[in-house]
Design a protein around this ligand. Structure first.
Ligand SMILES: [Zn+2]
Length: 491
């Protein structure tokens, strides 16, 4: 018997032509473009998120909307345009964001004021908060918005990781007390960590940003930092305790339980489509995308091995298995029944697209009442009796998820190097390590570290272990050290 329309199309899958460890930058672009996550836009510095990429973002949104609902955060929407005068109200915030704000230029002079395209929404949201908050009964106020923001950077676009426009969520909450504000600021960080580690299989360091790296206008910024195979970190989510600075600047106050006027405490926090870029960089390989099952838009693909005389029976079996998997797990499984491509071509394509499991079914498998399951992460192939299919699928999806996390965690832990001297620091920076050291905390000293080391910046001070022990000195200037800090190059 002859395979159906054998090699009808001999053209090759547009596979990845460079190796991840040889040319990470070109490799990354090829993976993102050829797996159809995203495309370049006709507008400089922007990107187009294609349906396959957006489905991942949708999964992140669905997951995190569930988290926010439990925390009592409600979604809302504020305007894209922000009056210029709003930026002037909080001095540090204005200083931090003004250089990268994009302004709207129209001939409409009636408004009398320039409009900014939001780089972040503190100012426009808190203008409304000042009107809405009257009494302690209005607190806590917890609002989030899913939206796009624009930061007019000069860096070249790196899809998902750095572009002038990107998608994110920004949560903005207001509290009666400093304690509650700090508690929830850190609770959000914990939720970000859970999203990164449990859903994206991406281990992260959690900690506080240094004075130099904290959010403009914040009292304290907490961060999750992922570490990539090429030795660069990706800041993957931040949660800011804003203190009372914005509340004072925007005139937000409330009548307390003591019938007196008080200034509330605020936080803001965000994750963005950068998460997708970090996840792609972290897990994917020379064959293309590798997606953790929990976030993958398609968890398994069924590829029928078709011959003329058994075609209908095999396709029926494939659809039967698809229905079984959907009923059991309620997730998307695809049957690739396209006639015009050979099984080998399809294997390559689904590997390129990072689908966690491939299930192959041919006439011989049907005779033996079995299927073949292949893992995307390891390439391991298993013959599985049909009667064990559901259990095995569940087990393998969990194994893939776990394996990706463990592999990344091992790399991150093995990359951490503790250094005491500047020579050791320079050597570790050269080797693209995640450098743990002691630091004085001064902004000027940190700037010198970054300049002289060829771009190693502070990532965070470890959560609840940020104080340097007495007697330790700053790795750069030799003054008494205040903090323990992780440094590395970054995206
Ligand atoms: Zn120093």
């Amino acid at each position: 018997m002859a395979p159906l329309k054998k090699e009808a199309k001999e053209e090759k899958v547009m596979g990845i032509t460079v190796k991840k460890d040889e040319d990470p930058s070109e490799w990354y672009s090829q993976v993102v473009l050829r797996s159809e996550l995203a495309d370049y836009a006709p507008v400089k510095g922007c990107m187009i998120i294609r349906p396959y990429g957006y489905a991942i973002w949708q999964n992140i949104m669905d997951y995190f909307n569930g988290v926010m609902k439990k925390l009592g955060v409600q979604n809302a929407y504020f305007p894209l345009f922000i009056p210029e005068s709003f930026f002037g109200k909080e001095a540090e915030h204005a200083k931090g964001f003004t250089p990268e704000v994009a302004w709207v230029s129209t001939s409409d002079e009636e408004d009398g004021e320039r409009l900014a395209i939001r780089p972040t929404s503190e100012t426009i949201m808190y203008d409304s908060y000042a009107k809405w908050i009257r009494s302690h009964r209005d607190l806590p106020l917890r609002i989030n918005q899913w939206c796009n923001v624009v930061r007019w950077e000069t860096h070249a676009v790196k899809m998902f990781l750095r572009s002038r426009e990107f998608l994110w969520q920004e949560g903005h909450c207001v509290y009666e007390t400093e304690e509650q504000c700090e508690l929830e600021t850190r609770l959000i960080l914990k939720e970000y960590r859970r999203l990164a580690e449990d859903i994206l299989a991406m281990p992260v360091l959690t900690g506080r940003k240094t004075e130099k790296e904290k959010f403009a206008g914040a009292k304290r910024t907490y961060t999750i930092e992922a570490f990539m195979p090429d030795g660069k970190a990706v800041q993957s989510g931040t949660s800011h305790n804003l203190g009372q600075g914005f509340a004072k600047a925007f005139g937000i106050s409330y009548l307390g339980r003591d019938e007196k006027k008080h200034t509330p405490w605020q936080n803001s926090w965000g994750i963005s489509t950068r998460l997708i870029g970090a996840m792609v960089l972290l897990h994917s390989d020379d064959k293309g995308l590798v997606l953790p099952p929990t976030i993958a838009p398609i968890k398994a693909v069924i590829v029928p091995i078709l011959f003329d005389d058994t075609k209908d029976a095999v396709l029926n079996k494939c659809n039967e298995i698809k229905t079984q998997l959907f009923r059991e797990f309620n997730f998307d499984v695809k049957v690739d029944d396209r006639d015009e491509y050979s099984p080998g071509w399809k294997f390559n394509e689904w590997e390129l697209k990072g689908v966690p499991l491939r299930i192959e079914i041919g006439p011989k498998d049907m005779e033996k009442k079995q299927v073949v399951i292949v893992r995307r992460d390891t390439g391991d192939k298993e013959f599985v009796p049909e009667s064990k299919l559901l259990d095995k699928t569940k087990e393998l999806l969990e194994l893939v998820q776990e394996n990706l996390f463990k592999k990344a965690k091992k790399h991150m832990e093995n990359s951490i190097v503790e250094v005491k001297t500047w020579d050791e620091f320079m050597e570790a920076a050269e080797q693209r390590k995640l450098i743990k050291t002691t630091f004085c905390g001064e902004i000027g000293c940190e700037e010198k570290i970054k300049a002289e080391s060829g771009g190693a910046s502070s990532r965070c001070m470890p959560l609840d272990a940020e104080k340097a022990i007495d007697g330790s000195i700053c790795v750069k200037c030799g003054k008494p050290a205040e903090y323990v800090v992780y440094f590395s190059k970054s995206y």
